[in-house]
Design a protein around this ligand. Structure first.
Ligand code: ATP
Ligand code: MG
Length: 283
């Protein structure tokens, strides 16, 4: 199990809303989907040229779901992910996160959401070079104003939970790709987010590291965290409970393989005696 923090804090993260709400949506608090987008469009304008990256995409994601988003290159996956993570705004449509319209959030709410409630993982790890794994994982806590000693301890726990306890002092260049991605996952989970958004997190990994990272996501999901993962690989998508296909900025397929409240496939099909990534120390 991933245990970056005390149980109490985890429970709070599971049950609390992503942001303070103050609008009409109060009535749906707790029951609102984690993600609710309605006719979301994104058009990039490059001089005279308009690129319609998303075309009126609507979908809901229930808290605790594990969703894979697939589609060919240029189909709009990263654009959608950036909007879901409030890293970018749609040019049309509506986005409710935990029942609150992102347009009703002020900058403080939005940065709170990005820094503490959503964990991001990217294909290229995005670790800070020449900086230890520990300092990398501490970074989001520093932004959140957590005191130095507490953040060091939490970062150590997060690294231990992804099997990196023995590599805390290593810089990114002194780690393998799979290890760097595990550090990046530790950085994403150290703030105890309710949602993990991952854009091709296994795209640069070998099959063993892919399995490790997927197992960590499965464990995070088993703790009722919502996981949304972009992938090109069908066997990675198989580890999700639901698979959404995008094509040319539209959803063309939306298939549920496993119920939201059932265990994620990676844990359901776990072979007896197989060590979990989180229990394993760095090799
Ligand atoms: N900042 C930008 N400015 C202009 N056009 C953009 C921008 N970002 C993306 N696009 C265009 O929007 C479309 C969708 O891009 P997006 O990055 O979402 O695709 P993707 O599905 O993530 O592809 P890949 O699998 O290659 O990562 C593409 O046609 C792309 O060229
Ligand atoms: Mg992309």
């Amino acid at each position: 199990m991933i245990r970056p923090q005390a149980q109490g804090a985890l429970r709070q993260a599971r049950d609390g809303p992503l942001v303070k709400r103050r609008s009409r949506t109060r009535a749906v608090e707790g029951r609102a989907p984690a993600i609710d987008i309605e006719k979301v469009s994104k058009t990039y304008e490059l001089g005279q040229i308009k690129v319609r990256a998303l075309r009126e995409v609507s979908m809901q994601i229930t808290r605790g779901d594990f969703v894979a988003i697939m589609g060919s290159s240029g189909s709009g996956k990263s654009t959608l992910m950036n909007i879901l993570g409030c890293l970018d705004l749609p040019t049309g449509g509506r986005y409710l996160i935990d029942g609150t319209d992102v347009r009703d959030m002020d900058e403080d709410d939005l940065s709170d959401l990005r820094n503490r409630k959503i964990g991001f993982v990217f294909q290229s790890f995005n670790l800070v070079a020449r900086t230890s794994a520990l300092a990398n994982v501490e970074l989001p806590l520093a932004y959140a104003g957590v005191e130095r000693r507490a953040r060091r301890e939490r970062a150590r726990q997060a690294l231990a939970s992804v099997g990196m306890a023995k590599r805390v002092d290593h810089q990114p260049s002194e780690l393998s790709g799979g290890q760097q991605q595990r550090v990046a996952v530790a950085r994403a989970l150290v703030t105890n987010p309710t949602m993990i958004l991952a854009d091709e997190p296994t795209g640069n990994l070998d099959s063993r590291s892919t399995e490790d990272v997927l197992r960590i996501f499965a464990e995070l999901n088993a703790e009722r965290r919502t996981v949304v993962l972009i992938t090109h690989e069908p066997d990675v998508a198989e580890q999700a409970k639901r698979v959404i296909h995008l094509s040319d900025g539209r959803i063309t397929e939306d298939v549920r393989n496993v119920g939201v409240h059932e265990g994620p496939p990676a844990l359901r099909h776990q072979k007896r005696g197989h060590n979990s990534a989180s229990g394993r120390s760095a090799q």
